[in-house]
Design a protein around this ligand. Structure first.
Ligand SMILES: Cc1cc2nc3c(=O)[nH]c(=O)nc-3n(C[C@H](O)[C@H](O)[C@H](O)COP(=O)(O)OP(=O)(O)OC[C@H]3O[C@@H](n4cnc5c(N)ncnc54)[C@H](O)[C@@H]3O)c2cc1C
Length: 469
């Protein structure tokens, strides 16, 4: 059998982060009609952080959180765990989408990150946080030159960055695929175990008196008089003064939210823990960088506390016609095979290592490539969705916007374009599918050409449109 297929053969179809005895039993589903002040729909980072922040601002708030499956079953429990302070998907996107706000958004992102980590500490949540920054690796000489130029600009602007030429990068992480690297080591960026964050927050919420119902899907939502909302759920009806939709890439019951995001599947593999001998071959567990290709369709790869490698992204990300979100789409053999093959192109010295886990999750991509907030029903319903592959840290800030829009200590952040500027809706099918497929192919081609953008991408740039994950 071909080595990469051999390595994949016994991989368990389960997110690495879920594959642990720490996974709590799901709480009972809703089984009667209920009343509350705030209903939160969605048990991922956004929903959980929203509940925590409301409780911090108004300890006596009566909150119910419902989750259609179990806490951390969405993107939050399936992600790469790269914790970034950027709340608008990186500097370039921030400057492009919200001119004049970059500095303020950067400050807010840093503050969000500080509060994020302080909260974990305050509540004793051991999220396996590692303060390793983030490192981009160039995969060809032209990209290495572009990366060096970016490094010089960042350094001149005062950023805490380190450039590695080919040899230096390979001393940090030994891969023949690497031509250069740039380590962003400032701030508090790093990696976490995402399910540990979700389950830790869940436990805290229960202690704070939040009622949580798992296996409970929101089916419909309508006003009940002028003051409250009626949420029809599997198992009962919840009457609530306010509702926060924290459902991200999953089909929303509100058309406005549905048109804001497209669900993009992103797949990952995790290896078994590396042996001492394997560690010696790649050096990486000593530097512990959290890595991403300096590419459009980038792989992201990191180490876990027990020295496994998680490996995802690249050209195996998929948008399925009509925005498929069915869990069966996690079963994508061709995507896993592609990931496995590419893994050994980066780390041929690891031939023989086995993949223990394979899984997929859904990214909510918005046309502005960062979160989209909104309100409906005279401010009684709010949402925060669409983090576009950059939501581990940003979802805490998205949750803050969501609850402030609902009236929990609103602050001046609500005046930012980041909140007030409407996001362009995605085009309807079949144009959406055709556009995304065309763009993905063009991005893959550009990556193979040292980043040179072809006609289609230049046209999109001119029209102020694009696609990223
Ligand atoms: C494979 C993958 C890798 C990623 N890697 C990273 C990374 O390394 N760094 C980073 O910053 N970001 C990453 N992201 C993005 C990040 O994970 C998300 O932006 C973030 O988790 C979004 O959190 P959320 O709570 O808004 O959404 P989710 O975690 O998706 O939660 C939404 C929840 O709502 C529930 N729900 C939906 N509809 C209903 C309903 N009708 N009734 C009840 N419940 C409902 C869902 O079941 C789900 O649990 C990644 C995403 C994926 C998929």
């Amino acid at each position: 059998m071909v080595p990469h297929l051999e390595a994949l053969k016994d991989a368990k179809a389960c997110p690495l982060w879920h594959d642990t005895d720490l996974m709590p039993d799901p709480l009972p589903a809703l089984a009667s009609d209920e009343k509350c002040e705030l209903l939160i729909v969605g048990g991922g980072f956004t929903g959980l952080w929203a509940a925590i922040q409301v409780k911090e601002r108004k300890p006596d708030a009566e909150i119910i959180l419902i989750e259609q499956t179990f806490i951390a079953d969405g993107a939050s429990g399936r992600c790469g765990g790269f914790l970034s302070s950027s709340i608008a998907h990186g500097e370039t996107n921030t400057e492009h989408q919200f001119p004049g706000e970059a500095v303020r958004l950067q400050q807010l992102g840093a503050q969000n990150m500080k509060e994020y980590l302080e909260t974990l500490e305050r509540y004793n949540i051991d999220a396996h946080y590692e303060h390793v920054g983030e490192t981009d690796v160039a995969l060809d000489p032209e990209s290495a030159e572009r990366l060096r130029a970016e490094y010089e600009t960042a350094r001149d602007e005062g950023a805490d960055v380190v450039f590695f030429d080919r040899e230096a990068m390979r001393a940090e992480v030994n891969s023949p695929a690497f031509y250069a690297g740039m380590w962003h080591r400032g701030g508090q960026d790093g990696v976490i175990d995402p399910a540990r964050v979700c389950w830790g927050l869940k436990e805290v919420l229960l202690q704070l008196g939040v009622r949580i119902f798992e296996s409970t899907r929101l089916l419909d939502l309508e006003p009940a008089g002028k003051e409250s909302m009626r949420a029809g759920c599997e198992g009962g009806v919840i009457h609530s003064d306010k509702v926060l939709l924290a459902t991200n890439a999953f089909p929303s019951i509100l058309g406005q939210v549905r048109r804001s995001v497209v669900p993009v599947w992103d797949y990952q593999l995790a290896t078994e823990p590396l042996s001492e001998e394997q560690i010696d071959k790649i050096a990486w567990p000593r530097s512990r960088h959290a890595l991403s290709d300096y590419n459009n369709m980038f792989h992201y790869f990191r180490l876990t506390k027990d020295n496994r490698i998680t490996w995802g992204g690249g050209a195996s990300v998929r948008y399925y016609f009509n925005g498929g979100t069915n869990p069966s789409l996690a079963d994508a053999p061709a995507c896993y095979e592609q990931l496995a093959r590419e893994f050994f192109e980066y780390f041929p010295q690891l031939e023989g290592v086995k993949f223990s886990n394979k899984w997929g999750g859904i990214i909510a991509t918005s046309t502005r490539f960062c979160m989209v907030p909104g309100v409906a029903y005279d401010g009684r319903v709010a949402w925060s969705v669409g983090y576009t592959g950059h939501g581990v840290g940003a979802s805490r800030f998205g949750a803050r916007i969501g609850i402030e829009l609902l009236g929990y200590q609103p602050s001046d952040i609500l005046k930012l374009q980041f909140v007030t500027k409407k996001a362009l809706p995605w085009a309807p099918e079949p144009f959406r599918w055709i556009g995304i497929r065309l763009t993905q192919s063009a991005l893959i081609k550009a990556d193979k050409n040292g980043g040179r953008r072809g006609l289609w991408l230049r046209f999109l740039d001119m029209m102020d449109m694009g696609f990223t994950c």
